[in-house]
Design a protein around this ligand. Sequence first.
Ligand code: ADP
Ligand code: MG
Length: 765
Amino acid sequence: MKQLPAATVRLLSSSQIITSVVSVVKELIENSLDAGATSIDVKLENYGFDKIEVRDNGEGIKATDAPVMAMKYYTSKINSHEDLENLTTYGFRGEALGSICCVAEVLITTRTAADNFSTQYVLDGSGHIISQKPSHLGQGTTVTALRLFKNLPVRKQFYSTTKKCKDEIKKVLDLLISYGILKPDLRILFIHNKAVVWQKTRASDHKMALLSVLGTAVMGNMEPFQYHSEEAQIYLSGFLPKHDADHSSTSLSTPERSFIFINSRPIHQKDILKLIRRYYNLKCLKESTRLYPIFFLKIDVPTANVDVNLTPDKSQVLLQNKESVLIALENLMTTCYGSLPSTNSYENSKTDVSSADMAVSKKAETDVLFNKTESSGSNYPNVDTSSISFQNDVHADESGENINGCLNHIHVHDHYDDHFISENSNTDNTKNTFLEIPMDNLSSEDTQKEYTETCFVGSVTQAQSENGRIDESGGNEKEAVPEKSVEICADNWSRGNALKNAMGENIEPVKILVPPGSSACEGSERSPPSPEQKSLDDGSCNKKSNVVDHKSGQLTAYDLISRRVIKKPMSASALFVQDHRVQFLTENPQTSLEAAAIQIEELWKTLSEEEKLNLFNGSHYLEILYKMTAGDQSYSGSTYLSDPRLTANGFKIKLIPGVSIAENYLEIEGMANCLPFYGVMDLKEILNAIVNKNAKEVYECRPRKVISYLEGEAVRLSRQLPMYLSKEDIQDIIYRMKHQFGNEIKGCVHGRPFFHHLTHLPEAT
Ligand code: ADP
Ligand code: MG
C-alpha cells in the first residue's frame, strides 16, 4: 500500500464538494451572501464549463486575508468548534474556494470599503496566489472559475450531452430562484453565454419576491401562513396554495417549485415535502395523485438544533428535533387543509418512495432521526396549537382578489422560453411547468405599477369598448335612443337635460357617448350601412384615439407613455382597400382617394367568399411558408417552422404534411402574447416583407408592432442599467454587439447611433 500524493488527495476530496457547475455556483453565492451582498451577478459560459463568474457587492476580502482565502480550512466565519452552535453564515468549513481551485483555474478580484482600488489575484491549484494586479472593479468580490473539471475528464464526460448541460443550467436557475425568494432584497442577474437567462430586482418582502418568480396567476392562488410552536421553538412561515385555489396553477409534476428552507438554507428534505404533498393531494386535489404543490416554507429552529455538516453541499441537514418539526408541520397542514383520514398520516406513507422522492433526497441517512410517530393528532405534547395562524388578513385577501380580478390580462411571458427552452420541442411536464415561470424581472415596484396599470387599462377598455360599440352601431342607435333623440342637441344630451320621463325627471342619457347629428355620419343614420361601409366610416367619423376594444397582449408602460394609437384589427374589407389602394391609384391616376376607396370596396363586394378568404390565406403566402425550413418531424409527422423570421417575431407555426404539397396544412399554434392585437395580419406583414422586400434577416421583416414593442423594452431595460458600467462590462457589450450585429447595424432600434466619436486618441509610443 502507498500513500496517495497530496495533490491527488486534494483533488479527490475537492471533487466531493465541487461535483458540478451548480455546486460551484452555490458555494460562491453563499460566500457572497455571507459577505453581506445585496447584488449578485452570475455569468456562465458554455454551461459553466468554460467560465463561471460570480460577482457581488459584499464587504470584500482584506488584503491580509487574501493569501489564505483559498487555502483549505481557512475561514473567517468561525473560530472554533463551539461557534458551530451559533452558526449564522452559510460557510464555515473554509473548503469551497480551495476545492474550486483544485478543479478549475480561479481568479479572485476583490475590494473592501477601505481599499482604494480592487485587486485581482490569480490562484494556483492549491489555492496559493500566483500573481496579483490592480483592477478597476467596485467594492465587492468577483470569483471567476475557468475550465472547470479540465483535470477530471470523467466528470466532464458526464456532461457530454446538451440535455445534461441544460439540466445543469436549470439547476443553477432553480438555485438562484430559491435564494431570490428567500432574500427579497437581493438583486440577481443570471447570464448564460452573454444572454440574460433570468433576473430579479429587489423586492420588498417574500410575497413580492414570490410574485416576481411565480407570477400573478400562481400567487393569486396562494395564501400566507405563520405557525409558532413555543415549546419546541419552531417557527414555520411562508405561502401555500389556498385550499380552494385553482389547483391547476399550483400543481407541478416535480418539486422544483416546492421551496423549503431550514434556517435560511435551501434544503431537500424528503419527509417534509412528502407530508405537504400528501395533504395537498388528498385535501386539495382530492385524489391520490403525485403532484407537487408550489409552496414556500421557511422553517426556523434554534441553530444548535441543526447540523448542516452532513453532506458536503449542505443541502441536507440533520434536524435534532425533526419529529417536532414534522408534528408542527402536520398541525399547520391540518389547520390549512383539514385533517386527513388516519390511514393517510405520514407514517403510513413512509414506505412509499417514488422516484421523484429519490431524486430529491439522495442520501437516505438524512432520515436517521425520523422516528415513527403516532398519527392520531392528539398526542403531540410539544405543540402549542393555539398559536397557529393561517393568515387570512384582509390585506392578503384583497391583493389576492386584485390578482384574480384585474390581472388576468397579464400574460406570463418569458424571454427565457424563447432563448433557451423552445429548442426543446418535447413537452414533458417538467418543461411545461417550467415555461410558466415568469422571467419578467418585476421588482415590487414594477409589479405594483403593473397592477395599477393593468387595472386602469381594464377599466378604460371597458369604457371605450362601450363607446366603440355605440359608435359602431350606427343605424342601430335607434334601439338605444328614443325616437325623439334626433332633434335633441348634443349639449343637452350630455348634460342629461334632454328628456323627461313620466315623473318629470331628467333621464340620464348614460348610453349615448357620442351624440347623433354630426354631419359626417348623418347619411349612414338614415340607411343602415353595409358592414363594409361601416368599417370605412370608422376612420372618418369616429375621431377616437387610443381605442382599445380588446387586448390580447399586455399593455406596456411604454404604450401608455408613447400615446400612440393602438389600433384594433381592421376589418377584412378595410384591409383589402388598404392593400389595393396604391395599385388602384397608379392605374387610375385621375381618381380621387375617396372615389378609389369606394371603387375598391365595390370590387371587394364582388369577390366570392372563397376569393376573399384566399386573399388572406393567399396561396403566395402559403408558398413562402412552405419554403421555410422546418424543424425535426415529431412522431405524428408534424413539424414546426423554425425559420427565425417567424420564430423571432413570435410565431409558432405547425406544419402537418399532407400526401402532396397541396394538401399540406399549416396551423398557427402560438403567437407572442406580449403584444396587443398581435395576429395573422402581422404574420402577413412579415410575409409581405419577405415577398416584396426580399427580407432575409429577422430585422428586415419585423412587423411594426414588434418594432415598437422592442423599442419600449429597450427603454425599459436600459433604465434598469446601472449609471456606471465597469470597463469589463462595456467590453462585454461591445463584443456582443459585434458578434450579434456584425458590421451592418450601427444604430439602435430607435435609429440612434450606438457610438459617438468624441476624440481621437494618439497611439502610445
Ligand atoms: P467558508 O465560506 O467556509 O469560510 P470558503 O472557501 O468558501 O470558506 O471561503 C474562504 C474565505 O474567503 C471566507 O471565510 C471569506 O473570508 C472569504 N471569502 C470568500 N468569498 C468571499 C466573498 N464573496 N466576499 C468576501 N469574502 C469572501
Ligand atoms: Mg464558503
